[in-house]
Write a protein that binds this ligand. Structure first.
Ligand code: SIN
Length: 476
């Protein structure tokens, strides 16, 4: 296993933070401290921003193919070190070793993809007349602040960095203080791959202080944030002061609809993949299962059986599928949702006994309810609770699926071609899984609408988030 990083990466140097406080990185499977990292000071953040600005002047002039080579090298190193780094990721976040490795390779996929995109950056010329030529070029936006969450400690930073570096930007990143190790290991890889010093800082510290410094700086031209809708809204307010560009990947409340014609075995497989990835702690996890009443019995039986077979334990134990949740607050929230559902008469199916576990564990749980007022239908669960609502008609279920302020991911299973087209068109979400519980890919734009945010990550759209357009008109 790789050694735990114990220092910040500040303006190209591995240093202890200048504050008096430490971030304790806890293993959620047993609550033991893995390592302590001295948090950064306000001055550290300021220094990172100004060093990044200076670095930008040379980095933006590096040719696109040279940047592509560095991105390819980063991907190569992630793949080489994936086994070692996966253990660290699993320990700090709780997810299984297999999922941790999959996350690292998912992150590498963004560097692969954007290495190709860097080489294809191109503008256009509009020849309005023989005397007049209009030119449109793309320029990197400059210094970008990146704020990333604990649920994918490597991949969420990887997909931002890959697109930003491809465009020629430089970055000051703030990973979640609970899981900074994988982000720091990614910084190590960037350093080893030849990313210039100060093109990247990874700062562990107080979220509010770092966020404020990034938001208030006129040098930082853009913030890319993955996290809650609550914080996203605050950033929108704060961005007004400097008219900062934002990309926001916020919360979701994904419906997963199983129509009467669905292949039930495949729907169960997709439901498990979508709901139980990272123990239910992803923004694209299905949050509300809508099952046609005629197939409710069959689906419930097969899904509850599959859930009962999910092994729960520390991510490092072999064949574990469900690791601990990130912290006690997450366990408390899931308990509260469960109690509310019980109070409102939901059927509860729980087949795991977890009394021996010392970490932040919560048993995979299936609820069935006819009451849409249950909190778990309205809120993002972010845990291993599945809740089923039986429906009768396509019209009814589409209305229910769309009746949420969120618009990130959605899923449905059907074998009726005409219905597939209709439902696809009617769902008000940025992403739709059709007969699939997996939707994420470095090749395609990831992101939401409504209160799930704006901007896209991945695909050819992702690099545009880090580019300014410059138009020139030349008279010949
Ligand atoms: C997320 O939870 O926001 C990210 C999930 C993914 O990229 O698949």
């Amino acid at each position: 296993m790789a050694e735990y990083p114990s220092k910040n990466f500040i303006a190209g140097q591995w240093r202890e933070g200048g504050s008096e406080d430490f971030a304790e990185i806890i293993n959620p499977a047993n609550k033991e401290v893995l390592v302590k990292i001295k948090k950064v000071s306000q001055q550290d953040v300021k220094n990172s921003i100004s060093a990044a600005e200076e670095c930008f002047q040379s980095w933006k002039k590096v040719s696109n193919s040279e940047r592509a080579e560095i991105l390819n090298k980063i991907s190569e190193l992630i793949k080489e070190r994936a086994d070692d780094y996966a253990e660290v990721l699993s320990l700090e976040n709780g997810k299984s070793l297999a999922e941790a490795k999959a996350e690292l390779l998912y992150g590498a996929g963004y560097f692969d993809f954007y290495a190709g995109q860097a080489k294809q950056i191109s503008g256009r010329v509009i020849e309005e007349s023989t005397e007049k030529k209009l030119q449109v070029l793309k320029e990197p936006v400059g210094v970008v602040g990146m704020i990333t969450p604990w649920n994918f400690p490597q991949a969420m930073l990887a997909r931002k960095l890959a697109a930003a570096f491809a465009a020629g930007c430089v970055c000051v990143a703030k990973p979640d203080h609970q899981t900074p190790l994988s982000a720091l290991l990614l910084a190590k890889i960037c350093e080893d791959a030849g990313v210039p010093k100060a093109a990247l800082s990874v700062l562990v510290g107080d979220s509010e202080m770092i966020g404020k410094e990034l938001m208030e700086s006129s040098v930082v031209k853009k913030i890319s944030f993955t996290g809650s809708t609550r914080v996203g809204k605050l950033l929108i307010e704060q961005s007004a002061k400097t008219v900062k560009r934002l990309s926001l990947e916020l919360g979701g409340n994904a419906p997963f609809i199983i129509f009467e014609s669905a292949d039930i075995d495949k729907a169960v497989e997709g439901a498990l993949a979508s709901k139980y990835r990272n123990s239910g702690q992803t923004c694209v996890c299905s949050n509300r299962f809508f099952v046609h009443e005629k197939i409710l019995g069959q689906f419930k039986e097969k899904f509850s059986q599959a859930i009962s077979e999910l092994k729960v334990g520390s991510g490092l134990e072999s064949s574990v599928k469900i690791g601990p949740l990130i912290n006690q607050a997450a366990v408390d929230k899931n308990n509260k949702l469960l109690e509310d559902a019980k109070k409102k008469g939901a059927e509860v199916i729980q087949s795991h006994e977890l009394s021996q576990k010392e970490g932040f564990f919560f048993p995979p749980t299936l609820l069935v309810s006819n009451d849409l007022e249950i909190d778990a239908f309205q809120e993002e669960i972010f845990g291993p609770i599945s809740i089923i609502y039986p429906f009768q008609s396509e019209e009814e279920v589409l209305k229910l699926a769309n009746s949420t302020p969120y618009g990130l991911a959605s899923y449905f299973y059907s074998q009726d071609r005409a219905q597939i087209q209709r439902v696809h068109d009617a769902l008000e979400f940025g992403m739709v899984g059709i007969n699939s519980g997996r939707i994420s890919s470095p090749l395609a734009p990831f992101g939401g609408i409504k209160e799930s945010g704006y901007g896209r990550e991945g695909g050819e759209e992702g690099i545009k988030e880090y580019q300014n357009l410059k138009m020139s008109l030349e008279l010949l």
